[in-house]
Design a protein. Sequence first.
Length: 462
Amino acid sequence: MTLRVFNTLSRRKEDLVPGHGGEVGIYVCGVTVYDVSHIGHGRSAIVFDVIRRYLRHRGYAVKFVKNFTDIDDKIIRRANQEGVTAHEISERYIAEYRADMASLGVLAADVEPKATEHIPQMIALIERLIQRGVAYPVEGDVYFEVRRFPGYGKLSGKNLEELQAGARVEVDERKRDPLDFALWKATKPGEPSWKSPWGDGRPGWHIECSAMAMQYLGETLDLHGGGEDLVFPHHENEIAQSEAATGRPFVRQWTHNGFVNLAAEKMSKSLGNTLTIKDLVRRHDPEALRLYLLGTHYREMLACIRCGACLNVCPVFRTVGGHTYGTTYPGPIGSVLTPHLRGIDEFHHLSYASSLCGACTDACPVKIDLHHHLLENRRNAVNHSARPWAERMGFKIWQWTMQSAWRFRLVGGLARMALRVTHGLGLGGTALDPMGPWSKNHAAPRVPEKSFRALWGKNAGN
C-alpha cells in the first residue's frame, strides 16, 4: 500500500514515492547550537524520529540527514560574551543537544553534517548561482536576487508585492531589492572567516542547508522537514537558491511540525520563553514526555505542556476526587499523569472545590488563564441539569471513571473496543486519523501493537 503524506507545498496529501531506487532520502533542519535545546526542538526531533522509524518499519530504506548550524550571529555573540571561540560554543551545545535527544529516545541521524565542514560545497553552489545570473557580489557579500526566481513564494504562499521590506530580512542599501538575501557575508572584526572568490567571509544561513542536503541526498530530496517557523523565509529561500542552481525540483515532499506555543507566542530561545528538555526530563519520565508530545497531531499547535506548575500551587488538589497527590495510574504514562495531566482532566473537580484564588494562572509558565477556565466550569455546572440527558450521563461516567485506577483501565478498554468496532464497520477514520468523523481535531497516529516497540522502545533497532 502506498504511503500518503501531507505536502506543505501542495497543501494536500500525496503519495510518497522514493526517487533513489527505493531509498527515502530525508533532510531535517537541525538546531543552531548557541544554547541548550528546549521542548520545541524536542517535539520536532520526536516527530521526525517517528516518521523515520515508521518508514523503516514499513520496509523502506531510509537515509536520514540532520544538520548542525555551527556558525551564526548568535553563536558569535555568545562566544564574544564568554571570551571563547565560536567553535567552542558550537561543540559544547552539539554535545548538549545529543544528550537531550538520547534522553528522549531519539535516534541519531545517519549523517549529521556541520555547516563549517562544508564551506567548499557552499562556495561552489554560490558560484553556480552567480554564473546563472540569479546572484550578485557586492563589496565582499553575495546576494540572491529574489525577483529573478519566478516561483518565489510558492511554499509559504506569500506574494512578493505584499511582503514588507525589512520585515524578515536585513535592509541593506547595496542590495538591488530589499528582499534579496545573503548567500555569503564579508568578514567582520572578531568573526570566524573562510577564504572565497569574493574575499574572506562566512556563509549565509540559507545556503548551508541547500549545499549539505544536495551533498548527501542529491539535487532532489524525497522529503524535507522542519518546524513550521522555517517555512518562511528559510525553506522558501532554500527552494529558490537550489532550483535556480539545478533547474530541477528541490524537494518532492515538504513536511512541517506545528509550534509549541507559550501563551500567544511560539517557544523560542531568542524570545527567552523556553522550557528546556533537560529541566523537563528531570521532572517527568522521558518516555511519558515523548508520548505526550506525540499525543497531538504533528501539524497542530501544542500549547499547554503540562508542567505541573499550576497543581503545585493549588490549595485543593491534594484532596481532589479522593486522590492523593503522587498517586499514579498504571502504565508508561503514569508519571506524566501524576499530578498534572490527570489534574488538568479534573477541571470539573477543581471547579467545585477550588476557591478560585487564581494561584494556578499566576504560576503557569505558558500564561494560560486557568482561573478563567475553572470559573467557566463552575458556571456551567450550575446549568448542568438543563443539559441533554446523554451529556449528563457522559459526565457522570467520566466522574465515576476518574475515581480509581481500575475504572480508568476499564473505561479505556471499552473505548478502544468501540473504536475498533466502528473502524471495522467503516465508520472510523484512516490509519493516520482513527477517530475520523467523530473527532473535531486530528488524532495521533494509530500504531498496531506488534509495531509499537519498533517505533517506540528504547531498544528498538533502525
